[in-house]
Design a binder for this molecule. Sequence first.
Ligand SMILES: *Cc1c(COP(=O)(O)O)cnc(C)c1O
Length: 453
Amino acid sequence: MTTATTTPTTAADVPQVARKITTAIPGPRALEIQKDYDRYVTAGVGQHEPIFADSASGATITDVDGNRFIDLAAGIAVASVGNTAPEVTTAIQDQATKLLHTCFATTPYAGYVEVCKKLAELTPGSFPKKSILLNSGAEAVENAVKIARRYSGKSAVIVMENAFHGRTNLTMSMTTKASPYKAGFGGFAPDIYRVPFSYPLRDAFGADGAAAARAAIDKIRLLVDPGDVAAIIAEPVQGEGGFIVPATGFLEGLLTWAHENGIVYISDEIQSGFCRTGEWFASTHFAIVPDMITTAKAIGGGMPLSAVTGRAEIMDSVQRGGIGGTYSGNPVSCAAALAAIGIMEREDLPARAAHVGALADELLAPLAASSRVAEVRGLGAMIGIEFVKPGSLEPDGDIVRRILARAPQEGLIILSCGIYGNVIRLLPPLTISNEELTEAVRTLSAIAFEEMA
Ligand SMILES: *Cc1c(COP(=O)(O)O)cnc(C)c1O
């Protein structure tokens, strides 16, 4: 791309092709809805953008005022095959006219079984695998812990610093960040021990993942007897925590130690899974084969679905009826998932994710060279830009908040992350075109340079 190294001028100079902003943001219709929102919707759910989505296609979202935005969030890594992908939408429509719900434990249906078969085939590891389907990511993590405890007969759970695992009592207890996830929500679940994750930019070990693993293991030994530990759970690339890619050797060291000590190793691939990082599952980048994997987000093609997949002997250790749920593995969600997985296979979305990542890296080169950017990092199409005070490592969440406030005005949907809120994360649909991605990243870079000036 020849545009990659041209110095961005202002956001207004980037031609609006995929984007189209024709009203003030928020527009008049959005302002009307906002009134009822403020009156009837709890403030607790939070609101990133002052716009209301009306429709979406691929990597663009159109709001109720007819403004068009390029989507670099994909609903937090959900719309990986693109929003309203025709095959997914058709599968949902067909399924909705045939069978909406029975409760799988009451009257089973084939779609659920087929999704479990796909999970067994696609996840790392050549051993026999089984799955349970659920509704949300948090529910998958909850169930993975329940199953690991049942299997091992032990209760302690090891989690990582900067981890995010969800918002239910157990999973928020496993999550690191107090605000907004935990403040005022105690008492927390017991028997959870937190150890440092490899963070090459900031920890003492840098690229020496094996040393970072030894330090984490020392910390585990200090906190809890290994004989009491049911499971170690880690995101292979931390999502909410800041798109942190651990140094090679870190996850490998943890997994090896877990197995030496009869501990179940769980990869939380809810955000990193299903092609996002350039592999079907990010664990593959680290040559680790987890005992269990949690998935959600992209698996359902936009419909709520999650799963725990693991070694058959672990998954079968639970008494009949011990896990499940009324809605878990809904037939429409399963049909959507099978269609979405079909697109991922046919279009080779792992390769496409790698390409998206490489193109974004190239386009972000001028920004990466700024003294306000500590690092542009990530795997595949899971890209983080960490902002710092000039020439230091001091996190700068303020600049990220200013860039994010400008983004919708310029026709972009963008999210932040990071324990200090100082990382911009790019998670576009993997089907985004080169043109859309180029326009979006050039606009983002221009906004960032204007705000940093
Ligand atoms: C989003 C996420 C969760 C929680 O998923 P929900 O569907 O929001 O409950 C758990 N773990 C990771 C790594 C996530 O990114």
